[in-house]
Every structure is written in structure tokens, then in C-alpha cells.
Design a protein around this ligand. Structure first.
Ligand SMILES: CCCC/C=C\CC(=O)SCCNC(=O)CCNC(=O)[C@H](O)C(C)(C)COP(=O)(O)OP(=O)(O)OC[C@H]1O[C@@H](n2cnc3c(N)ncnc32)[C@H](O)[C@@H]1OP(=O)(O)O
Length: 331
């Protein structure tokens, strides 16, 4: 069982979830207890968020769906009410899903969002989508306690590092099907996919509001692509500029942009074709393509997470989080 066993073992490999789970079990339990204890910082939120604990845990396991069909393992964000913000449990669920996908029979692994069809009396193509986000990034409640103080930043940074490492090391073709806006860590990850297909209603940004907590995530792009992105990346990271799907494509963050109306059909038809290609050749090609950048990416990831742990401007961050979490109460 994951909660048993010694905690003084050597650091397990990135996909060695058995030992990793044992090592992290106590901290994970503490984190989950902490998350379960979280209540709203504002009184208006308290009633809607007062059902943490067992209910929350059960619900959170549904926030990441995994399915396999036609040679494709699909990992789906399913937390639309929170714009697919990534909770601590979701980080764990995604890592586990990636670990399983790395050894299952599938050829390609795809990240996407559950499309909820809504019926409205209108035939505009947008009427059939939810308007939800691909992901609004790190759940801003992951590292703040019910008194509004930053807590467990070291643990969050460690988890974040392991999480990003899983993407860096993933051995099969990894594709993002981005049919809505992406923020924060969800944007950082795009740079680690082998292909990113975006609908034209997608946009990408870091600091939609001033609680941005990344200290340098687009460093990934500096090292993994050529340096041409530096100024655009700085504009996103420092000033919070939002890029449209086409701007993100122009800067190499997105592989191809599709019209919203044909996005799903075109992308999935293409992916099903790709999934029939020889799997071993694709794995070897991926290994060769990524071989030289992998170590650099691990180094940058370690540096960024260390910076989050050691140099996060706590007061600014806390104030920004408080502002975000209490903003509805002010309306
Ligand atoms: C330890 C540090 C680790 C750093 C790691 C990674 C970097 C990051 O990813 S930091 C996170 C970056 N993301 C953001 O800053 C986005 C925050 N969200 C927003 O700005 C808005 O919610 C957004 C523009 C995405 C959508 O705005 P609206 O359309 O107005 O919707 P709401 O704001 O009403 O959102 C609905 C519901 O979802 C909750 N939500 C949305 N995003 C997050 C989030 N990232 N974390 C936690 N919760 C989030 C929002 O609070 C609303 O909840 P309720 O009030 O309960 O309805």
C-alpha cells in the first residue's frame, strides 16, 4: 500500500510510482488533509466550498479522466467549474495517467478537455461548446491555508518539479488538443508536447490577474527552441500579455490552429491516422529528437522549482492570491 514502507529510500525514478508514492505518502496525506481543510477566504464562498473532506476527495478523482481507444490514450481535464485548475490531487492523477500511458498498448497520448454540449436556440458553432478553459493552470488554493497564508511552498515546488519531469521524460508521442484558453503551468507544458493543436478560440497567457506565481516558466522555451522567443516570452511572463492561438503559433508554441467549427473532427481524424503509424519507430524518433534537450530541460525545471521554493516574493504572492480568492465577495 502506498502509505506503508520506509521513507529513507533513495530518490525513485520519475515513473517509479510505487516507491515515489511510499516516499511521498506522509506528505501527500498532510497535503490532502490541508486541502480538505481549506475553506473560502470570503464569507460568500464559504457555503459553496464548505463540503471539503470525503466528498471533495471522491469528486477530485473524477477531475482527470483517462480512456484508451484507436491506439490513443486520452487524458481529459474534467473540472470545468474551476476552469480546469489543477489541484494537488490532479497533479498526482496526471502523473499516474502518464506513467500508465507510457507502458500501455496505445501509440499516442493526448491531453484534452471534456466538451460539454449545451443546447441553445442558435446555430452558431460556438453554441455547441461550453466556453470552458483548457486549463487555468495551477489551482491557486494549492498553497494557501484557510487563514490566507502561504503554506507548503516547498512541497508544492517539489510536486511541480516531479510533475513537469514526467512530461519531459514521456517516451511516446504526446499531443495537446487545446480547445480553450490555457494559463500558467498549462502553457508551460505546451512547450513539452510533440504537437499542440489549438482551436482559434484558444489563447495562452501567464498572468491573467496579478497572482502569477511562475518565476520563469518560459525558460523552457528559451532552452528548447532557439532564442527567438525571448522578447515575446518576457512580454508574457513579465507583463501578462495574452497571446491568441495564431500568435502562439507564430511563436512556435502551437503546431497548428484550426477553426473552432471543424476543430474536433479535423484533429481527431488526423490523430487516428497518426496512431496507425509504427509505434516503435515513433518512440525511437522521439528519443533522438529529444535526447540533447532533455538534460537541459531537467536542469531548468530544477532551477525554476528551486526559485519558487526559495525566492517567491511571499507578500506579493499572498496579497495577489487573497485578492483573487476574495474578488467575488467584493462584487
Ligand atoms: C507554488 C507555485 C506553483 C506555480 C505553478 C504554476 C503556475 C500557475 O499555473 S499559477 C496559476 C495561473 N492561473 C491563473 O492565474 C488563473 C486564475 N484564474 C483566473 O484568472 C480566472 O478564473 C479566469 C480568467 C481563468 C476565468 O475567469 P472567469 O471566466 O471570470 O471565471 P471565474 O474566475 O469565475 O472562475 C470560475 C471558478 O474557477 C475558479 N478558478 C479559476 N481558475 C482558478 C485557479 N487557477 N485556481 C483556483 N481556482 C480557479 C474560480 O475561483 C471560480 O471558482 P468559484 O468562485 O468557486 O466559482
Amino acid at each position: 500500500m502506498a502509505t506503508e514502507g520506509p521513507c529513507n529510500m533513495p530518490k525513485p525514478g520519475v515513473f517509479d510510482f510505487g516507491n515515489k508514492a511510499k516516499q511521498d505518502a506522509r506528505k501527500e496525506t498532510a497535503r490532502q488533509n490541508h486541502v480538505a481543510r481549506l475553506s473560502s477566504l470570503s464569507s460568500s464562498k464559504a457555503s459553496s466550498q464548505g463540503k471539503h473532506g470525503a466528498d471533495e476527495k471522491a469528486q477530485e478523482s473524477k477531475n482527470i479522466l483517462v480512456s484508451s481507444e484507436d491506439g490513443i490514450t486520452k487524458i481529459t481535464f474534467n473540472r470545468p467549474a474551476k476552469k480546469n485548475a489543477i489541484s494537488l490531487q490532479m497533479y498526482f492523477d496526471i502523473m499516474l495517467a502518464l506513467k500508465n500511458a507510457s507502458t500501455d498498448n496505445s501509440v499516442i497520448t493526448v491531453f484534452t478537455v471534456l466538451l460539454r454540449r449545451i443546447s441553445v436556440m442558435c446555430h452558431h458553432p460556438w453554441s455547441r461548446r461550453t466556453g470552458d478553459y483548457y486549463s487555468s493552470g495551477n489551482d491557486l488554493k494549492n498553497s494557501i491555508n484557510d487563514a490566507g497564508e502561504i503554506q507548503d511552498i516547498a512541497i508544492s515546488a517539489k510536486r511541480l518539479r516531479e510533475f513537469v519531469d514526467c512530461f519531459i521524460d514521456f517516451p511516446k508521442p504526446l499531443v495537446a488538443v487545446v480547445n480553450g484558453p490555457a494559463v500558467g503551468i498549462a502553457v508551460t507544458l505546451l512547450g513539452l508536447f510533440d504537437a499542440v493543436y489549438a482551436s482559434d478560440r484558444c489563447n495562452v497567457s501567464y498572468s491573467i490577474h496579478p497572482s502569477r506565481s511562475d518565476l520563469g516558466s518560459l525558460l523552457f522555451l528559451y532552452v528548447s527552441k532557439d532564442n527567438g522567443l525571448r522578447q515575446e516570452a518576457a512580454e508574457m511572463l513579465l507583463f501578462g500579455k495574452k497571446l491568441t492561438a495564431r500568435e502562439a503559433w507564430a511563436q512556435g508554441l502551437v503546431t497548428e490552429v484550426f477553426p473552432e467549427s471543424t476543430f474536433e473532427t479535423e484533429v481527431w481524424t488526423r490523430l487516428k491516422t497518426y496512431a496507425k503509424l509504427p509505434p516503435n519507430a515513433m518512440r525511437v524518433s522521439k528519443e533522438l529528437i529529444r535526447k540533447h534537450e532533455k538534460q537541459k530541460l531537467h536542469t531548468v525545471n530544477a532551477e525554476e522549482c528551486a526559485a519558487i521554493r526559495e525566492r517567491l516574493p511571499i507578500e506579493e504572492y499572498t496579497n495577489a492570491l487573497r485578492n483573487f480568492l476574495s474578488r467575488k465577495a467584493k462584487l
